[in-house]
Design a protein around this ligand. Structure first.
Ligand SMILES: Cc1cc2nc3c(=O)[nH]c(=O)nc-3n(C[C@H](O)[C@H](O)[C@H](O)COP(=O)(O)OP(=O)(O)OC[C@H]3O[C@@H](n4cnc5c(N)ncnc54)[C@H](O)[C@@H]3O)c2cc1C
Length: 216
Protein backbone atom coordinates (compact mmCIF):
# COMPACT_ATOMS: atom_id res chain seq x y z
CA UNK A 1 0.00 0.00 0.00
CA UNK A 2 1.28 3.54 -0.73
CA UNK A 3 2.33 5.54 2.29
CA UNK A 4 0.17 8.40 3.57
CA UNK A 5 1.84 11.69 4.52
CA UNK A 6 0.19 11.52 7.98
CA UNK A 7 -2.09 9.25 9.98
CA UNK A 8 -4.95 11.73 9.55
CA UNK A 9 -4.56 11.69 5.77
CA UNK A 10 -4.52 7.88 5.49
CA UNK A 11 -7.51 6.39 3.66
CA UNK A 12 -9.02 3.69 5.87
CA UNK A 13 -11.92 2.26 3.86
CA UNK A 14 -10.83 0.55 0.64
CA UNK A 15 -7.21 1.72 0.98
CA UNK A 16 -6.38 0.16 -2.39
CA UNK A 17 -8.18 3.17 -3.91
CA UNK A 18 -5.80 5.60 -2.22
CA UNK A 19 -2.93 7.48 -3.85
CA UNK A 20 -0.59 9.88 -2.14
CA UNK A 21 1.83 10.69 -4.96
CA UNK A 22 2.18 14.26 -6.07
CA UNK A 23 1.33 13.56 -9.73
CA UNK A 24 -2.04 12.00 -8.97
CA UNK A 25 -2.97 14.68 -6.45
CA UNK A 26 -1.93 17.54 -8.74
CA UNK A 27 -3.81 16.12 -11.73
CA UNK A 28 -7.06 15.93 -9.73
CA UNK A 29 -6.64 19.43 -8.29
CA UNK A 30 -5.97 20.79 -11.78
CA UNK A 31 -8.96 19.09 -13.38
CA UNK A 32 -11.52 19.74 -10.62
CA UNK A 33 -13.26 22.99 -11.53
CA UNK A 34 -14.03 23.89 -7.92
CA UNK A 35 -13.20 22.69 -4.45
CA UNK A 36 -14.82 22.86 -1.02
CA UNK A 37 -12.96 24.39 1.88
CA UNK A 38 -13.81 23.49 5.47
CA UNK A 39 -12.50 24.90 8.73
CA UNK A 40 -13.56 25.52 12.32
CA UNK A 41 -14.41 29.12 13.16
CA UNK A 42 -13.35 31.02 16.28
CA UNK A 43 -16.41 29.71 18.13
CA UNK A 44 -15.67 26.06 17.35
CA UNK A 45 -18.35 25.77 14.69
CA UNK A 46 -17.80 23.80 11.49
CA UNK A 47 -17.78 25.92 8.32
CA UNK A 48 -17.44 25.02 4.64
CA UNK A 49 -17.56 26.92 1.36
CA UNK A 50 -17.41 25.98 -2.31
CA UNK A 51 -14.78 28.05 -4.06
CA UNK A 52 -12.40 28.35 -7.02
CA UNK A 53 -8.83 27.17 -6.59
CA UNK A 54 -5.63 27.01 -8.60
CA UNK A 55 -2.38 25.13 -8.23
CA UNK A 56 1.08 26.49 -8.89
CA UNK A 57 3.78 23.85 -8.25
CA UNK A 58 3.20 22.50 -4.77
CA UNK A 59 0.99 25.38 -3.64
CA UNK A 60 -2.78 25.64 -3.79
CA UNK A 61 -4.20 29.14 -4.03
CA UNK A 62 -7.64 30.16 -2.78
CA UNK A 63 -9.10 33.64 -2.77
CA UNK A 64 -12.11 35.46 -1.45
CA UNK A 65 -13.54 38.76 -0.37
CA UNK A 66 -11.70 40.45 2.46
CA UNK A 67 -15.14 41.38 3.79
CA UNK A 68 -15.99 37.71 4.42
CA UNK A 69 -15.47 36.96 8.11
CA UNK A 70 -15.01 33.31 7.24
CA UNK A 71 -11.87 33.96 5.21
CA UNK A 72 -10.55 36.22 7.94
CA UNK A 73 -10.58 33.20 10.29
CA UNK A 74 -8.44 31.32 7.79
CA UNK A 75 -6.10 34.29 7.49
CA UNK A 76 -5.89 34.35 11.30
CA UNK A 77 -4.59 30.79 11.30
CA UNK A 78 -7.55 28.42 11.27
CA UNK A 79 -6.58 25.11 9.71
CA UNK A 80 -8.38 24.20 6.49
CA UNK A 81 -9.44 20.99 4.85
CA UNK A 82 -9.80 21.36 1.08
CA UNK A 83 -11.72 18.75 -0.93
CA UNK A 84 -11.70 18.58 -4.73
CA UNK A 85 -13.95 16.07 -6.48
CA UNK A 86 -14.42 14.86 -10.04
CA UNK A 87 -17.33 12.50 -10.73
CA UNK A 88 -16.58 10.21 -13.71
CA UNK A 89 -19.60 7.92 -13.71
CA UNK A 90 -22.70 6.80 -11.88
CA UNK A 91 -22.27 3.21 -10.80
CA UNK A 92 -25.66 1.55 -11.17
CA UNK A 93 -25.61 -1.76 -9.37
CA UNK A 94 -28.45 -4.24 -9.22
CA UNK A 95 -28.85 -3.60 -5.51
CA UNK A 96 -29.39 -0.13 -4.07
CA UNK A 97 -26.73 -1.00 -1.50
CA UNK A 98 -23.96 -1.28 -4.10
CA UNK A 99 -24.79 1.91 -5.99
CA UNK A 100 -21.77 4.14 -6.12
CA UNK A 101 -19.88 6.63 -8.25
CA UNK A 102 -16.62 6.45 -10.09
CA UNK A 103 -14.63 9.40 -8.87
CA UNK A 104 -11.27 11.02 -8.35
CA UNK A 105 -11.00 13.13 -5.24
CA UNK A 106 -8.39 14.87 -3.13
CA UNK A 107 -8.47 15.81 0.54
CA UNK A 108 -5.80 18.33 1.58
CA UNK A 109 -5.08 19.61 5.09
CA UNK A 110 -3.08 22.73 5.84
CA UNK A 111 -2.92 26.32 6.94
CA UNK A 112 -3.59 29.19 4.60
CA UNK A 113 -0.74 31.67 4.42
CA UNK A 114 -2.05 35.07 3.42
CA UNK A 115 -0.31 36.19 0.26
CA UNK A 116 0.93 39.78 0.45
CA UNK A 117 3.88 39.83 -1.94
CA UNK A 118 2.92 41.71 -5.11
CA UNK A 119 4.54 39.22 -7.48
CA UNK A 120 2.95 36.25 -5.76
CA UNK A 121 -0.45 37.99 -5.75
CA UNK A 122 -0.16 38.43 -9.50
CA UNK A 123 1.02 34.82 -9.99
CA UNK A 124 -1.95 33.56 -8.00
CA UNK A 125 -4.42 35.83 -9.82
CA UNK A 126 -3.13 34.57 -13.17
CA UNK A 127 -3.26 30.96 -11.99
CA UNK A 128 -6.85 31.27 -10.76
CA UNK A 129 -7.89 32.93 -14.03
CA UNK A 130 -6.09 30.17 -15.96
CA UNK A 131 -7.81 27.51 -13.85
CA UNK A 132 -11.21 28.95 -14.78
CA UNK A 133 -10.29 28.83 -18.47
CA UNK A 134 -6.77 28.20 -19.84
CA UNK A 135 -5.79 31.14 -22.02
CA UNK A 136 -8.04 33.61 -20.23
CA UNK A 137 -5.16 34.83 -18.04
CA UNK A 138 -3.44 36.27 -21.13
CA UNK A 139 -6.46 38.37 -22.09
CA UNK A 140 -8.28 39.35 -18.88
CA UNK A 141 -7.28 42.62 -17.22
CA UNK A 142 -5.36 41.62 -14.12
CA UNK A 143 -6.37 43.06 -10.70
CA UNK A 144 -5.40 46.59 -9.70
CA UNK A 145 -3.83 47.39 -6.33
CA UNK A 146 -7.28 48.52 -5.17
CA UNK A 147 -8.86 45.24 -6.26
CA UNK A 148 -6.13 43.27 -4.50
CA UNK A 149 -6.87 45.25 -1.32
CA UNK A 150 -10.44 43.93 -1.39
CA UNK A 151 -9.31 40.35 -1.88
CA UNK A 152 -7.71 37.85 0.49
CA UNK A 153 -5.48 35.31 -1.21
CA UNK A 154 -4.22 32.21 0.57
CA UNK A 155 -1.40 29.83 -0.26
CA UNK A 156 -1.73 26.31 1.10
CA UNK A 157 1.17 23.85 0.76
CA UNK A 158 0.17 20.64 -1.01
CA UNK A 159 1.85 18.39 1.51
CA UNK A 160 -0.64 16.61 3.77
CA UNK A 161 -2.90 15.30 1.03
CA UNK A 162 -4.57 12.10 -0.11
CA UNK A 163 -6.31 11.09 -3.31
CA UNK A 164 -8.94 8.40 -3.62
CA UNK A 165 -10.05 6.96 -6.94
CA UNK A 166 -12.85 4.55 -7.81
CA UNK A 167 -12.96 3.02 -11.27
CA UNK A 168 -14.70 0.06 -12.86
CA UNK A 169 -18.14 -1.53 -13.03
CA UNK A 170 -20.63 -2.15 -10.21
CA UNK A 171 -19.69 -4.79 -7.68
CA UNK A 172 -22.90 -6.63 -6.95
CA UNK A 173 -23.27 -9.54 -4.57
CA UNK A 174 -22.99 -12.91 -6.31
CA UNK A 175 -26.64 -13.75 -5.54
CA UNK A 176 -27.88 -10.52 -7.20
CA UNK A 177 -26.19 -11.30 -10.55
CA UNK A 178 -29.21 -13.46 -11.45
CA UNK A 179 -31.65 -10.54 -11.05
CA UNK A 180 -33.25 -9.19 -14.27
CA UNK A 181 -32.09 -5.67 -13.49
CA UNK A 182 -29.91 -3.52 -15.78
CA UNK A 183 -26.58 -2.68 -14.21
CA UNK A 184 -23.62 -0.71 -15.47
CA UNK A 185 -21.94 2.68 -15.63
CA UNK A 186 -23.45 5.96 -16.73
CA UNK A 187 -20.46 8.20 -17.55
CA UNK A 188 -20.71 11.77 -16.27
CA UNK A 189 -18.96 14.73 -17.92
CA UNK A 190 -18.74 18.44 -17.20
CA UNK A 191 -19.08 20.12 -20.59
CA UNK A 192 -19.20 23.74 -21.75
CA UNK A 193 -22.22 24.98 -23.64
CA UNK A 194 -22.04 27.37 -26.60
CA UNK A 195 -20.42 30.72 -25.67
CA UNK A 196 -22.95 33.50 -25.00
CA UNK A 197 -21.46 36.96 -25.71
CA UNK A 198 -22.13 39.53 -23.00
CA UNK A 199 -24.98 41.89 -23.99
CA UNK A 200 -22.75 44.93 -23.35
CA UNK A 201 -19.85 43.62 -25.46
CA UNK A 202 -18.18 46.14 -27.79
CA UNK A 203 -19.01 45.55 -31.43
CA UNK A 204 -16.62 43.55 -33.55
CA UNK A 205 -15.02 41.48 -30.78
CA UNK A 206 -14.70 37.90 -31.91
CA UNK A 207 -15.03 34.96 -29.55
CA UNK A 208 -11.42 34.18 -28.62
CA UNK A 209 -9.85 30.99 -29.92
CA UNK A 210 -9.25 29.60 -26.42
CA UNK A 211 -13.01 29.92 -25.70
CA UNK A 212 -14.01 28.27 -28.99
CA UNK A 213 -11.47 25.46 -28.57
CA UNK A 214 -12.60 24.80 -24.99
CA UNK A 215 -16.24 24.68 -26.08
CA UNK A 216 -15.46 22.05 -28.72
C1 LIG B 1 -18.32 11.52 -5.30
C2 LIG B 1 -18.08 10.67 -4.08
C3 LIG B 1 -19.13 10.03 -3.48
C4 LIG B 1 -18.95 9.26 -2.34
N1 LIG B 1 -20.03 8.71 -1.74
C5 LIG B 1 -19.87 8.08 -0.55
C6 LIG B 1 -21.01 7.63 0.19
O1 LIG B 1 -22.15 7.80 -0.20
N2 LIG B 1 -20.78 7.04 1.38
C7 LIG B 1 -19.52 6.87 1.89
O2 LIG B 1 -19.36 6.33 3.00
N3 LIG B 1 -18.44 7.26 1.19
C8 LIG B 1 -18.59 7.88 0.01
N4 LIG B 1 -17.49 8.33 -0.67
C9 LIG B 1 -16.17 7.96 -0.15
C10 LIG B 1 -15.78 8.89 1.00
O3 LIG B 1 -15.23 10.08 0.46
C11 LIG B 1 -14.77 8.25 1.96
O4 LIG B 1 -13.65 7.83 1.24
C12 LIG B 1 -15.39 7.10 2.73
O5 LIG B 1 -16.60 7.47 3.28
C13 LIG B 1 -14.63 6.64 3.95
O6 LIG B 1 -13.27 6.60 3.83
P1 LIG B 1 -12.38 6.46 5.11
O7 LIG B 1 -12.99 5.56 6.13
O8 LIG B 1 -11.02 6.13 4.66
O9 LIG B 1 -12.49 7.93 5.70
P2 LIG B 1 -11.74 8.58 6.90
O10 LIG B 1 -11.14 7.57 7.79
O11 LIG B 1 -12.67 9.56 7.48
O12 LIG B 1 -10.62 9.38 6.13
C14 LIG B 1 -9.27 9.28 6.46
C15 LIG B 1 -8.48 10.07 5.47
O13 LIG B 1 -8.53 9.43 4.21
C16 LIG B 1 -8.50 10.41 3.19
N5 LIG B 1 -9.74 10.25 2.37
C17 LIG B 1 -10.88 9.64 2.72
N6 LIG B 1 -11.77 9.70 1.71
C18 LIG B 1 -11.17 10.36 0.72
C19 LIG B 1 -11.58 10.73 -0.57
N7 LIG B 1 -12.77 10.44 -1.07
N8 LIG B 1 -10.69 11.42 -1.34
C20 LIG B 1 -9.46 11.71 -0.89
N9 LIG B 1 -9.02 11.37 0.33
C21 LIG B 1 -9.87 10.71 1.12
C22 LIG B 1 -8.42 11.75 3.87
O14 LIG B 1 -7.08 12.15 3.97
C23 LIG B 1 -8.98 11.48 5.23
O15 LIG B 1 -8.52 12.37 6.18
C24 LIG B 1 -17.65 9.10 -1.80
C25 LIG B 1 -16.58 9.74 -2.42
C26 LIG B 1 -16.79 10.53 -3.52
C27 LIG B 1 -15.62 11.24 -4.13
Amino acid sequence: MPEAPSERARVHRLPERAAYDRGTIEAILDEALICHVAWTDGEGRARALPTIHARVGDTLYLHGSRAARAWRAVAAGAEVCVVATIVDALVLARSAFHHSMNYRSVVLYGHGREVTDTDELMTAARAITHHVLPGREAEARMPTTEEFKQTILFAIPIAEAAAKIRTGPPKDDEADLELPIWAGLLPVETRDGAPQPSPDLLEGIEIPGYVVRHHR
